[in-house]
Design a protein around this ligand. Structure first.
Ligand SMILES: NC(=O)c1ccc[n+]([C@@H]2O[C@H](COP(=O)([O-])OP(=O)(O)OC[C@H]3O[C@@H](n4cnc5c(N)ncnc54)[C@H](OP(=O)(O)O)[C@@H]3O)[C@@H](O)[C@H]2O)c1
Length: 278
């Protein structure tokens, strides 16, 4: 049966390849990107796939939390139901490391944006939905002061690795917060050093076959083996579910991440409302 699947960051790399595979299988793919021209190119190329499902495009820069909320609203205006949300968009190296909200871009795009998008789209996902979060083998203990933007982080790798552990931590915390009536939430390391823009620009190497990452996301979105794995971490370097970083198994630390994110989102919403009123 055809599923409706939103993939963030599907204008390039693993996200684009995953979208191509899912569209070819006949699923309705909702593409997302921050660059309207790149998004339209992706939509056009996927729409012309033979036997492909319907393809739509949504523009939003996920480093702006208000655009994340607007993305959720735009999707909800077009769709009463979403089967799968793949939080794939991610950033490693960037010229400008701070967002307009005063956050590190890696925490904003890799950790907070998927959390906010997921929260806003929960009513569409229902009990049978799936949320697939793109984690990484790069995971470092999270400095809460850095997460909330109080202190800068020393380098790109550190910021990226902290943002990916924070994502892995909230993925498990959210999964555990649902009873049987919540959607499945799974964090997936798609495989390390796959040859995407992120890896080429960030590490200066050609990298491996991008399809390795896309194939595991297709499985996570569709296959039965993932339906009963909510809260787990799939490590595609190992090709199986595996233990995440120990901090992701610590409920107190994970709750602290969730509380900090909720505080940031509350503040950002309030300052947005103040700006609207003035
Ligand atoms: N490649 C690997 O070996 C590897 C390993 C572990 C985890 N991952 C994870 O896999 C995911 C996909 O990465 P990739 O390797 O395919 O990298 P990529 O080719 O650089 O693709 C990243 C995607 O995210 C989008 N994006 C970045 N910043 C954004 C923003 N502010 N707003 C909206 N969209 C934004 C990009 O848009 P543009 O097209 O406009 O740049 C692009 O579509 C990421 O979460 C990454 O951390 C990758």
């Amino acid at each position: 049966m055809s599923k409706t699947i939103l993939i963030t960051g599907s204008t390039d790399g693993i996200g684009l390849e995953t979208a191509r595979m899912l569209a070819t299988l006949g699923h309705q793919v909702l593409l997302h990107g921050r660059n309207a021209g790149k998004l339209e190119n992706a939509r056009h190329s996927l729409s012309s796939l033979s036997g492909g499902g319907r393809v739509e495009g949504y523009v939003a820069d996920l480093s702006h939390l208000r655009e994340v909320a607007a993305l959720a609203q735009a999707v909800a205006e077009q769709h009463a139901k979403l089967d799968v949300l793949i939080n794939n968009a991610g950033v490693f190296k960037t010229a400008e490391t701070r967002t307009a909200d005063g956050l590190d871009v890696r925490f904003a795009v890799n950790t907070l944006a998927p959390y906010l998008l997921t929260q806003k789209l929960l009513p569409l996902l229902g009990a049978s939905g799936r949320i697939i979060n793109l984690s990484s083998a790069a995971q470092s203990p999270v400095d809460i002061d850095a997460l909330v933007g109080r202190v800068p982080l020393p380098d790109d790798f550190n910021a990226y690795a902290q943002s990916k552990l924070a994502l892995t931590m909230w993925s498990r915390a959210l999964a555990l917060s649902f009873d049987a009536d919540g959607p499945v939430v799974i964090a997936v390391n798609p495989g390390s050093m796959l040859g995407t823009k992120m890896v080429k620009e960030g590490f200066g190497v050609a990298g491996g076959d991008v399809r390795i990452g896309a194939e595991i996301l297709v499985r996570a979105a569709l296959e039965e083996e993932f339906a009963a794995a909510s809260g787990q971490y799939f490590d595609n370097d190992k090709g199986r579910f595996a233990q995440p970083h120990r901090d992701a198994l610590d409920p107190q630390k994970s709750q602290e991440i969730v509380r900090s994110m909720e505080a940031i989102l509350g503040e950002t919403t309030r300052s947005g409302q103040n700006a609207d009123a003035s």
